[in-house]
Design a binder for this molecule. Sequence first.
Ligand code: RFL
Length: 388
Amino acid sequence: NRRPVGIVGAGPAGLTLGNLLQQAGIPCVVLERGTREHVETRPRAGVIEHRAVRMLDDHGLADRLLAEADRHGACEFRVNGRAYEVDYSSLYDGQTHYVYPQQEVVKDLVGAYVAGGGDVRFSVTDVELHDIESGEPSLTWTSADGRAERLDCSFIAGADGFHGVTRRSIPAGAIQEFSHQHGIEWLSILAEAPPSTHKVIYALHPDGFAGHMLRSATVSRYYLQVPVDDTVDNWSDERVWTELHKRFALHDSDWSLTEGRIIEKRILDMRSHVVEPMNHGNLYLLGDAAHIITPVGAKGMNLALHDAEVLAAALTAFHRSGDETGLNEYSDTCLRRVWRAQEFSQWMVFMIHRSPEPFLSRLGQARLEHLIGSGSSAGYFAQNYVGP
Ligand code: RFL
């Protein structure tokens, strides 16, 4: 079947799949709602697991990342004005995270795909899926210049994120959706401020959690736990900095937080969602289209890259020899990693937030004390955090 694979969405998942299929000689077309500039400049994640970097490197897609990314093997917890470092790299075979903004990953993937002659259509609208249960599925859309277009596909890959169209094309009842609201809310802040730390900081404060994440030499991301149903309008830039200074404060230290111009403020929906199975007929979902996870633990983009790797291998085996094993196992293979990540993220969510229920709050504190004081708990943390 030499019909192309239709890929909806040019995020990390769709573009990685596109590149891997192209390298395997399998025709594909990527449809993206945004412009090329939009996807290449949209800041989001920034932490990549060593395993995902190896996969990208194996396909020649990590040259700039390996040259420019910082490697991180330790993080810091701040409690009651004291800092505790966890050197997770030394606890897990010297493996590290790579800090490289998501938009740079996307830029590299678009560049490689286009340079290899890849077909990607930006600024498309009205994408619709047809006959996904048949052997002859198709996609229709309106092109950037307003023409109605159609693609007869071998398979459709739904990589259009959580709010995309592909998952919604699956008939009700054909998939099961698992959803969990964590009962907490974060304000996510991006600022043109150099990092005030060499390690990610997780601060536990009576007023709520605060996080300092690393993105680049000039840009940093911060998180503030805010009351549920709070809105961005309640958070002036001044109030954001006051609160960050307060929650990160250390006793007996001259550490300070460097401020900068705030370029993004948004309330994050702290929700987890998983779809089972991740395929229906000839539609295969990947990345955020199939599962979302809280930012705690930094797994979202890594799971998207893993799904793309598994699906590319399955489609390649099928195109080469008609072997359907990988396609049949696609969902189970991905979901094992997805649920492992969800369990770890939930474990961390519980540990770094103080529950309104005093008993649960003390349990969370006990979990953190066990982590900073014990090899065994730190081993669990290290393995899951840096990526199994
Ligand atoms: P994406 O990146 O959302 O890409 C989906 C693409 O599909 C397009 N699209 C459509 N195109 C055509 N027709 C339609 N009807 C379409 N509907 C949507 C969209 O324009 C978009 O280009 O999904 P993908 O590829 O699955 O990648 C997932 C990751 O983006 C996501 O998991 C991470 O960003 C999550 N995440 C983090 N993950 C990490 O691994 N580490 C982190 O530190 C981390 N931090 C974060 C994050 C996500 C955040 N936000 C904003 C949700 C921090 C934040 C603030």
